[in-house]
Design a protein around this ligand. Structure first.
Ligand code: FAD
Length: 537
């Protein structure tokens, strides 16, 4: 007999986007809900994020008169997906598309969160079903104080979230911090005084406020470590807290939402062999959901998928500043270990290409890779300058391209050839290799004359490591379209659900738009709770 220390209806492990969305839905439906959070802070990676969410066929788009709908969204996802995904993921995509708009409306009904559409097109505009506007949203600022004493234990972002995401894009404070602050100062000053914040801080504030309002409890410094099994069903979780082990039963269901496994060095090396610069999540994200689900008989899939970018060297915890496009500069190119360019540097989701593998060996094809540029990048990018000053070893320098090649270990002749070829493109205005001069701007797919081509010519030349920064891995327990965790034979591990980047994500390293992680994460949390609610009748 298992000694029972506590009982609730729904037990959620993890207080990020997926966990809080699941907890919000179950507690709003009257189920007693307990969220376990391994660290002393609420919000996980989500609280540090930019909080862009991709939600097709949403009510804001409908109010703006846009003609998005379920079929169009599914057509787009199917068209954008790499070969082989549709066979296993189609049912999950359909479930996501069905529930994402409901989830968004539910958030705005049950929490103080308010979203607005961002002026962003789907990145794969050449695919059927793509929209030039209407699927990407971001939250307005919220006062952290709405959560009462919890305001002090919201996980903080690397830089304060004083701007909203649209303001970040419009004002570009990463390149022009003084100009942006000058334009916004009355509002920024008010936000600073009032403790009002945007992006991930606003998202977690709103989700948490909704959960607390519905009576959901949060247990901090409490780590889920194992399933409580009765026969083959999951009945609760064994947790560790303050040096004690306790058993918590869940009458209706357990939702695993503990984030990715990127901080498990063994698994990371196994599924992402080769160069990795930084990790983008809190260090507690080391795959507990994966261990718990496996102990309950689950099948793990998509383990080599992740949200990948290139990061900046934040001190101490090695977190990147994040998805700032510090690398998309007119006078910068990305070269592979052979000293050759391998991608259009302005491409959406560069991580997908950084992580390209040799199909037979599964080793990274391009790594170690480098961002090669010159003095002008440092002059134009205060954020890179700042981190370079704090981390003298981070950037390699050379008075000539030859010296730079020697400093990085790249082949000298090849790097000289690559830079010369790129500089010729800058003179002609045509990047014959990757057509970086062309950028899809709007519905008419017109192209910009605005140059993304500026020569790498001003010594000292610089090279920045450009390997994987893993924000979150995206493989995990396979689920059905209702978030139920499945065994290898396809049967359900009764009582167990999984959401967010902990689950075998139906969107892997590839992405359908900015916000492909958080929009689906919250939707899967919502779906898990919906399944639990409906299974109880
Ligand atoms: C700077 C930055 C910007 C980003 N911007 C965007 C964006 O604009 N749009 C987008 O879609 N994505 C974005 N991302 C990615 C996105 O934030 C993450 O993929 C997402 O937050 C993961 O959500 P999650 O709920 O699955 O996990 P998390 O938010 O990481 O939450 C998991 C939680 O589980 C806890 N936990 C771990 N183990 C246990 C355990 N055993 N028991 C209890 N709790 C446990 C962790 O401590 C953590 O709090 C960004 C990421 C970064 C770093």
């Amino acid at each position: 007999m298992t000694e029972v220390h506590e009982t609730c209806d729904v037990l959620v492990a993890g207080s990020g986007s997926a966990g809080l969305a699941a907890a919000l839905h179950s507690s709003a439906s009257g189920l007693s809900t307990l969220v376990l959070e391994r660290t002393g802070l609420v919000g996980g990676t989500t609280a540090t994020s930019a909080a862009a969410i991709w939600i097709p066929a949403n009510h804001h788009a409908a109010a703006a008169g846009l003609s998005d709908n379920r079929e169009r969204a599914i057509t787009y996802i199917r068209a954008a997906a790499p070969e082989g995904w549709r066979e296993t993921e189609d049912a999950l995509w359909q479930s996501f598309v069905d529930e994402a708009p409901n989830m968004l409306a539910f958030l705005e009904r049950e929490t103080p969160l308010r979203f607005s559409l961002m002026n962003e097109a789907d990145p794969h505009l050449d695919k059927a079903g793509a929209m030039t506007f209407g699927r990407m949203l971001s939250p307005a600022v919220l006062r952290k104080g709405l959560t009462g004493p919890y305001a002090r234990i919201l996980r903080r972002p690397t830089l304060p979230h004083l701007f909203t995401f649209p303001e970040m894009l419009d004002l570009d404070p990463l390149h022009h911090p003084i100009r942006a602050a000058f334009k916004m100062w009355p509002r920024l000053f008010w936000r600073w005084l009032a403790g009002a914040r945007g992006m991930g801080t606003a998202l977690v504030t709103g989700l948490l406020k909704g959960c607390l309002d519905h009576g959901c409890r949060i247990a901090l410094d409490t780590r889920a470590v194992a399933p409580i099994l009765e026969g083959e069903s999951v009945k609760g979780l064994v947790v560790e807290s303050a040096g004690r082990t306790r058993n918590i039963l869940a009458r209706k269901g357990v939702v695993l939402a503990t984030g990715g496994f990127e901080w498990d060095a063994g698994r990371r090396e196994r599924y992402f062999p080769g160069h990795c610069d930084f990790l983008g999540s809190p260090s507690g994200n080391d795959g507990d959901a994966h261990r718990i689900a496996t102990a309950a008989g689950a099948q793990l899939v998509h383990m080599d998928q992740a949200n990948i970018t290139a990061g900046l060297p934040i001190h101490a915890s090695h977190r990147p500043f994040g998805l700032s496009y510090f690398f998309q500069e007119p006078n910068a190119i990305i070269v592979n270990r052979h000293g050759r360019r391998f991608v259009n540097e302005y491409r959406f989701n560069l991580g997908e290409v950084i992580d390209e593998r040799d199909p037979s060996t599964h080793q990274a094809l391009h790594l170690p890779a480098w961002l090669v540029s010159d003095q002008t990048l440092l002059k134009n990018s205060p954020i890179v300058r700042y981190f370079a000053a704090r981390n003298p070893e981070w950037i390699k320098r050379g008075q000539t391209i030859e010296a730079l090649a020697k400093a990085t270990g790249l082949p000298v002749d090849e790097l000289i050839r690559t830079v010369e070829r790129f500089n010729v493109s800058c003179t002609s205005g045509v990047d014959e290799q990757f057509h970086r001069e062309i950028r899809i701007l709007d519905a008419e797919k017109t192209t910009s004359e605005r140059s993304h081509l500026s020569p790498i010519a001003k010594a000292p030349f610089i090279a920045i490591p450009f390997n994987r920064t893993i924000v979150s891995t995206k493989g995990g327990p396979r689920t059905d379209a209702g978030g139920r965790v499945l065994r290898p034979d396809g049967s359900w591990v009764e009582g167990l659900y999984c959401a967010g980047v902990a689950m075998a994500n139906p969107f892997g390293t590839w992405a359908v738009g900015a916000g492909t992680t958080l929009g689906p994460n919250m939707t899967w949390g919502y779906i898990c709770a919906k399944s639990i609610i409906s299974e109880q009748g």
